[in-house]
Write a protein of this length. Structure first.
Length: 493
């Protein structure tokens, strides 16, 4: 979300994400307000809810809405505004942004449909990760998509892609992250990305970075893409070997620098395995000092796609725990100028340990940034179980190039196909998603005191055991499952 901050009435920091989270917190804690949600979450033919209309009208737009409904909700809004360290005008400026309004509406509508759940399920995927094409110019050893030099013959057309974006808009999806393969290999990428931006989505992309020249970086910014995540799996020798193409590291580094030069919010993504673990401390320093991205995110290794052929490279539970502690130490280091996150849901547990001992920020999900984590101080324990850990099938879903919908890019379990199935029907009624959301039934993780803020990685459970409700063997609390794996598949330490 927008990282821009303002000073409130008492000189405290106020941000757009602060408004989103605090608004949701108020409704979670107010049974009278929750009783109104079902009525005001109804959507019209254009997909807009009464809540969003009221928020638009409150900011000064000319919107038709029932006078009594508006008066009641306006009184509730004004009552809640007294609790913010910001002026009414500052709140209204944030509410003018469609992404902020839709983020609030999506979560509140989820409460109306599902009730208050721990962790919370949103009304529609908050984020869709869209594997835009099977085509890629690299040959990465761990590729979950099995991407190659050619596009798949059944990929969505430009017209179909735009129709699906319109469906996302009506249902209340907030963000679209384009991935691949390599999204820049597809000729209509910028057309589709710009269309998504024009429909008021938060648009981001994940790329190998090798095609991002200064000119391409300008086109990325002009298309409305607000965040670019570029893969870099260590220093040159390590990265090129991992990515299968000599020179990939040099071009990826240039891609990062070109995005930063265009003032695009940029992240470096690193899949950490035994092959690059030892160089991570020095590599972190290099990335922060030489490349200057805003974010570093450590990806969990998941044995899916081509990754099935290199399971010997997975970290042991102890190695992962030590790594997460290192990452968190960088997150709270005032002299380190990057948000340092991880897709491992156990990162929430690591942050909670530091929170209890030293008062550091609690990182309840890898979507969060450092500013938002700091903002959660004082209410971290109250909100963490609602944000909680793995978001597959609960906060986000993955779209394949041919329209197949998966719970996550790393979980190859088909939920339906958006060429013929409605996203809303899948999201609300899929038996697969029901399984993923029932954390009490997770083996190993279901009895853990941290199940609400973590829940283990469902992709790793499925990748290793073929069971969406299985154990994540990457956690020190699931050591026995790791030991079992080593015996069964001779996994090397």
């Amino acid at each position: 979300m927008n990282r821009k901050e303002k000073k409130g009435r008492e000189g405290k920091t106020f941000s757009d994400i602060d408004l989103l989270v605090r608004s949701v917190e108020r409704w979670l804690g107010n049974p009278i307000s929750r009783a109104l949600l079902k009525h005001i979450s109804k959507r019209d033919k254009d997909g807009e809810t009464i809540i969003e209309k009221v928020l638009r009208k409150y900011t000064g737009e000319k919107v038709k809405v029932n006078g009594l409904t508006y008066w009641i909700l306006k009184k509730i809004i004004e009552k809640e505004l007294k609790e913010f360290d910001a002026s009414v005008n500052e709140i209204k400026e944030s509410l003018k942004k469609p992404i902020i309004r839709r983020g609030i509406v999506n979560i509140l509508e989820g409460i109306a449909y599902w009730g208050v759940t721990k962790p919370q399920i949103t009304a529609a995927p908050f984020l869709i990760v869209w594997n835009f094409t099977k085509q890629c110019n690299l040959r990465c050893r761990h590729c979950y998509e099995n991407a190659g030099p050619k596009a798949a013959p059944d990929e969505l057309t430009t017209k179909e892609a735009k129709r699906i974006i319109d469906e996302f808009r009506k249902l209340g999806v907030v963000a679209i992250a384009f991935s691949g393969g390599e999204p820049l290999m597809r000729k209509d990428f910028f057309e589709i990305a710009k269309y998504a931006w024009s429909r008021d989505f938060y648009v981001s992309m994940a790329t190998n970075g090798t095609l991002i020249t200064p000119e391409v970086a300008k086109k990325i910014k002009e298309a409305g893409i607000e965040y670019v995540e570029i893969s870099l799996d260590g220093f040159q020798e390590t990265h090129d070997k991992f990515r299968g193409v000599k020179g990939a590291w040099r071009r990826a580094v240039e891609g990062i620098k070109n995005c930063v030069a265009e003032d695009i919010s940029t992240g470096v993504a690193t899949t950490i395995t035994k092959y690059n673990l030892k160089e991570i401390p020095e590599f972190l320093e290099f990335v922060e000092r030489e490349l200057h991205p805003r974010r570093f995110i450590a990806f969990n290794f998941v044995p899916t796609g081509r990754g099935k052929e290199m399971i010997e490279a997975d970290l042991s539970p102890k190695e992962r725990e030590d790594l997460l502690a290192l990452l968190y130490s960088k997150l709270i280091d005032p002299n380190f100028h990057m948000d340092v996150l991880s897709t491992a849901p156990q990162y929430a547990v690591t942050s909670l340990t530091f929170f209890d001992k030293f008062g550091g920020p609690l990182v309840a999900t890898h979507f969060i940034n450092q500013k938002a984590a700091e903002m959660l101080k004082g209410k971290a324990r109250a909100l963490a179980p609602f944000l909680g850990g793995c978001g597959a099938g609960r906060l986000y879903a993955a779209l394949e190039p041919n329209g197949d919908l998966f719970p996550c890019v790393f979980i190859p379990v088909k939920l339906g196909n958006l060429r013929k199935d409605k996203l809303e029907d899948i999201w609300k009624h899929s038996p697969v998603l029901k399984k993923i959301r029932e954390r009490d039934l997770f083996e190993g993780c279901g009895n853990c005191p941290y199940k609400e803020i973590c829940g283990g990685c469902r992709a790793r459970a499925y990748g290793y055991f073929g069971n969406l409700q299985g154990a994540d063997p990457g956690c020190v609390r699931n050591q026995k499952y790791w030991e079992k794996l080593k015996k069964e598949i001779a996994l090397l330490e």
